[in-house]
Design a protein. Structure first.
Length: 351
């Protein structure tokens, strides 16, 4: 597909297919979300989710867990800055977005509710702790508490809402550095596995490399959690395609989330590699875009959310993927990956 006319036609078709109503604001009970996707404005039936970007950001604050706190930014300014980007995403076909900023790194559920209501894009926030980057964004107590104690904290947010807002997380976001995993990071994975069995929330893990990904799968197996409950975030950072295949064949979700103008061609090849091995059903694609950066004037250089829909999907079709393949990548895989449902080895699912 080439040329502006063809691309506009592609976008019109995508937008029409995804034109689904947005739920009104208001949290629902955790038990009501079983089998659904939990957005910041309430549970959504997976069939109504539409085109979904599974790894994006609205706001990030890299000051560190020991310094972060309320009042470090003007939420109204962030709202004014990010709303046009979300509206543009909806204009080109996006209907849902997983906002992957974790606690102690700038997670703001109140802001996300405002932006979701104003933009028409369903936003999903998270629970969990981020140990990557040398534990800079990990609260001190997480180093001392056991896996069960951490899991209980995350389950409380799932059951009661985040920080008194009533907004419930729709997945877990944790982070680990490269493998072999240190014991602290193994504990985060173990805590997430235990919380998953109680909540059904999918585990999305920022992962340093392929060795760390395989170590995570081993921990999940020890805990009786199926690989289908786990998303390998930043799998595109691993240069060995054989490890992508290994994780996908095990049943995990392999997420290529660095899609953008500078690396779009490589991401096409990453997707094609799994497609050639009949593993497209284990692939997630996103951009890791947005990034209003607290502490930078005006939030810094915000990265738009539209490239994947306006350029990358047409490039995949030019490379041989069909409309059915594109729908699988953008609609079917995300809704399957993030539906709230316990995926355990003893249940025989997802392995």
């Amino acid at each position: 597909m080439t040329g502006g006319t063809s691309r506009r036609g592609f976008l019109r078709g995508l937008s029409a297919a995804a034109a689904l109503p947005v739920l009104s604001s208001g949290a629902a009970g955790a038990s009501a979300a079983d089998g659904r996707v939990m957005s910041v404005t309430g549970p959504i039936e997976p069939a109504r989710l539409g085109v979904t970007l599974p790894h994006e950001h609205v706001l990030v604050d890299f000051v560190g867990a020991d310094k972060i706190g309320p009042g470090r930014y003007d939420a109204d300014e962030v709202f004014r800055t990010m709303l046009p980007h979300l509206r543009r995403a909806r204009e080109v076909g996006c209907r849902a977005m997983l906002e992957c900023t974790p606690a102690y790194l700038g997670r703001d559920p109140r802001l996300l509710v405002r932006l979701s209501d104003a933009s028409g894009v369903r936003l999903v926030t998270n629970t969990g702790y981020y140990g990557a980057a040398g534990n800079k964004y990990l609260p001190a107590f997480a180093c001392d508490e056991g896996a069960d104690e951490l899991a209980a904290r995350w389950l409380k947010e799932w059951e009661e809402g985040i920080e008194g807002t009533g907004v419930r997380p729709g997945f877990m976001k944790i982070g680990v550095d490269g493998g072999p995993l240190p014991e602290l990071h193994r504990k985060l994975v173990r805590a997430a596995a235990r919380a998953h069995k109680r909540s059904g929330l999918t585990i999305a893990c920022h992962t340093g490399d392929g060795k760390a990904a395989l170590d995570q799968l081993a921990v999940l197996k020890e805990e009786g959690v199926a690989p289908a409950a786990w998303v390998w975030v930043h799998a595109n950072s691993e240069r060995d395609p054989a490890i992508h295949l290994e994780a996908a064949r095990a049943g995990g979700w392999v997420e290529f989330d660095g899609v953008g103008p500078r690396d779009g061609g490589r991401h096409v090849q990453l997707v094609l590699n799994l497609h050639r091995h009949s593993l497209l059903g284990r692939v997630l694609i996103s951009q890791d875009a947005g990034w209003y950066n607290v502490g930078t004037a005006g939030g810094g250089e915000v990265r738009p959310y539209d490239y994947l829909l306006t350029h990358f999907l047409p490039a995949l079709k030019e490379a041989g993927l069909t409309d059915r393949d594109v729908r699988q990548l953008t609609v079917e895989n995300p809704r399957e990956a993030f539906a709230v449902r316990a995926r355990t080895l003893d249940a025989g699912r997802g392995n």
